[in-house]
Design a protein around this ligand. Structure first.
Ligand code: NAX
Length: 323
């Protein structure tokens, strides 16, 4: 068997962490042949809860798991890791402005970016899930100057999957028949799930739905899906978020067959501002993540993309002192 891959998960005792680590340990992310070591990071007040998670992992006796390291030290958690999934972050508390949230999380992702820079494997892949995910990802990658920005991405796979499901319901098709769908921009209510290049069972998606549904139902439903789940369940999305993290890392690590969506460091593709983490249509292979080029974007799409781009530029400006 190969050397175990080292996988770090932060916020491992949280809601998403609890849905994530058992599936990783079972081989659903890296394959059922790949042994792994799990490094689990939490903050000191959550270490008891994390130890409970470790006890349950032990009790699963997963054949692929060669070691588990629970810790509250980022340097220990990220030592030689091949993959880091950064879930842990500060939630918005009552009265907290978005700017305060950016600031509080900025500190966390600065520290973790530095620790990754100093301790992780030189080809580490880092997925940022904790919100505001795109800007946290920007802070982390800027705090890791010895790593390439291409080694970092923000999670927009949940938004992508939500869009697939909405479109499949509307067109009475199966999600597996949908190709080319992409989510652009920020993981926030400004994100733009775009159907211009999407096909459903080989037919143009926009020939199967009307613009009223697209603009006034589909896009808001995807943008507000997190809030709808919070309202229905009383808790934010956790199992679907963990599933999306597993799929995004699996595609990045093993390669994609279809176009998917990932928040990546912008170097200006499609005229988007540079130096923000922006969700694009992408494919992945052994050489990394590739932004799909030459998509035709109509006026409607360009306007939607400009809104979410501006939000990311504003977020970047709010944390400029950290990057
Ligand atoms: P929870 O509050 O249940 O868990 C977060 C965990 O992170 C807690 O156990 C906490 O102790 C830990 N933590 C806090 N600061 C830490 C630090 N500095 N180092 C290590 N651990 C730390 O939140 P959960 O529901 O699991 O959500 C986690 C994050 O994912 C939130 O920021 C949430 O907004 C974000 N989400 C992102 C999504 C995306 O698509 N990108 C979707 C789902 C989710 O909303």
């Amino acid at each position: 068997m190969d050397q175990p891959l080292r996988v770090a998960v932060t916020g491992a005792a949280g809601q998403i962490g609890y849905q994530l680590v058992f599936r990783i340990a079972a081989g659903e992310m890296l394959g059922r042949e790949r042994s792994l070591q799990l490094n689990l990071l939490e903050i000191p007040p959550a270490m008891d809860a994390l130890n409970g998670v470790v006890m349950e992992l032990d009790d699963c006796a997963f054949p692929l798991v060669k070691g588990i390291v629970p810790t509250d030290s980022p340097e220990t958690a990220f030592a030689n890791v091949d993959i880091a999934i950064l879930v842990g972050s500060r939630p918005r508390s009552p009265g907290m402005e978005r700017r305060d949230l950016l600031e509080a999380n900025g500190e966390i992702f600065t520290i973790q970016g530095k620790a990754l820079n100093d301790c992780a494997a030189r080809d580490v892949k880092v997925l940022v899930v904790g919100n505001p995910a795109n800007t946290n990802c920007l802070i982390a990658l800027r705090s890791a100057p010895d790593l390439s920005p291409t080694q970092f991405c923000a999670m927009t796979r949940l938004d992508h999957n939500r869009a697939l499901a909405q479109l499949a319901h509307k067109t009475a098709c199966h999600v597996s028949e949908i190709k080319g769908l992409a989510v652009w921009g920020n993981h926030s209510p400004t994100m733009f799930p775009e159907l211009g290049s999407t096909t459903v069972a080989g037919k143009s998606a926009l020939s199967l739905v009307d613009m009223d549904w697209y603009g006034n139902e589909f896009i808001p439903a995807v943008q507000q899906r997190g809030a709808a789940i919070l309202q229905a369940r009383g808790f934010s999305s956790a199992a679907s978020a963990a599933n999306a993290a597993i799929e995004q890392v699996r595609d990045w690590h093993l390669g994609t067959e279809l176009v998917t969506s990932m928040g990546v460091y912008s170097t200006g593709n499609y005229g988007i501002s540079e130096e923000i983490v922006f969700s694009y249509p992408v494919t992945c292979d052994a050489d990394g993540v590739h932004i799909v080029e030459n998509r035709v974007l109509d006026q409607f799409s360009r306007e939607k993309i400009a809104i979410t781009e501006q939000e990311l530029v504003d977020e970047r400006d709010a944390i400029k002192h950290l990057i």
